[in-house]
Ligand binder design. Structure first.
Ligand code: IPE
Ligand code: IPE
Ligand code: MG
Length: 249
């Protein structure tokens, strides 16, 4: 039985987030430059997007480049940016065809105008896609996002549009870049690292975490299905007891 056959289609995670990690190590193991791994990683992106859309997952968020990744060597950063443009150019048609809309979250002010314009254009072209939203976290970090939200809430208070006692969890959520996106139900990280690396810290509060040793370029559709099948075996208690969960199901 394949992992896909094990999936209960009536209990799919509505939102899956992925930390695509391990491209550099994948390339090094083959005696190649890190950038080769990033190129191969694009194929895994395609497979994961396809697998999610085919299953019926509504939101897929991919961590493509963190705020901290700006500190990598210049040639790697510029290769990643070129790869971003190349992939978007190659995939826009497929996204439209498959009714997938693209969203980008992150500090886009740090991107070059060329990359930024290309992203905005693609978001516009794909905006009618209703099957799945592909959220790409680019120049993103959660601490950046939360600080940004704090700054904007402070302005609302200063301008008299909001009182401090009105600020609750819901308010904070609405000031995040993901305000109109449900929290991820499943978060996958490849490459064996077991950390969050500044990704969606607020949104992952009750997300099920799944770690696999597979390096990102080796991650295929069956690996994605395996993660979803594993997710479906878990009991999500949200602070309650197992008995309470059983009573309500
Ligand atoms: C993930 O792979 C891609 C990005 C972070 C852009 P890495 O480049 O981090 O690969 P490793 O972790 O060094 O193997
Ligand atoms: C996390 O991977 C960021 C992305 C996958 C884009 P890193 O490779 O940058 O994370 P650390 O440095 O190992 O925590
Ligand atoms: Mg890494």
């Amino acid at each position: 039985m394949t992992y896909k056959d094990q999936i209960d289609m009536s209990r799919l995670p509505g939102h899956v987030a992925v930390i695509m990690d391990g491209n550099g190590r994948w390339a090094h193991r083959r005696g190649r430059e890190r950038v080769f791994g990033h190129h191969e990683g694009v194929k895994a992106v395609r497979k994961t997007v396809e697998a999610s859309a085919e299953l019926g997952v509504r939101y897929l968020t991919l961590y493509a480049f963190s705020t901290e990744n700006w500190n990598r060597p210049d040639d790697e950063v510029s290769a990643l940016m070129d790869l971003m443009i190349e992939s978007i150019n190659n995939e826009t048609g497929t996204l439209v065809e498959k009714s997938i809309s693209l969203r980008v979250i992150g500090d886009l002010s740090r991107l070059s105008e060329k990359v930024r314009n290309r992203l905005f254009e693609t978001m516009k072209i794909t905006s009618q896609g209703s099957r799945m939203t592909l959220v790409v976290a680019l120049s993103y970090s959660s601490r950046w996002e939360i600080s940004e939200a704090c700054r904007r809430i402070a302005v609302e208070v200063r301008e008299g549009r909001m009182r401090p006692d009105q600020i609750d969890e819901h308010t904070v959520s609405t000031f995040l870049t993901t305000s109109d996106i449900p929290d991820p139900e499943l978060m996958i990280r490849t490459s064996g690292e077991k950390r969050i690396s500044n990704f969606l810290l607020w949104q992952l509060a009750y997300t099920e975490l799944y770690f696999t040793k597979k390096l990102w370029p080796d991650f295929g559709k069956e690996d994605f299905y395996k993660a979803v099948a594993d997710f479906q075996k878990r009991e999500r208690r949200y602070g309650k007891t197992s008995e309470q969960i059983a009573e309500n199901s």
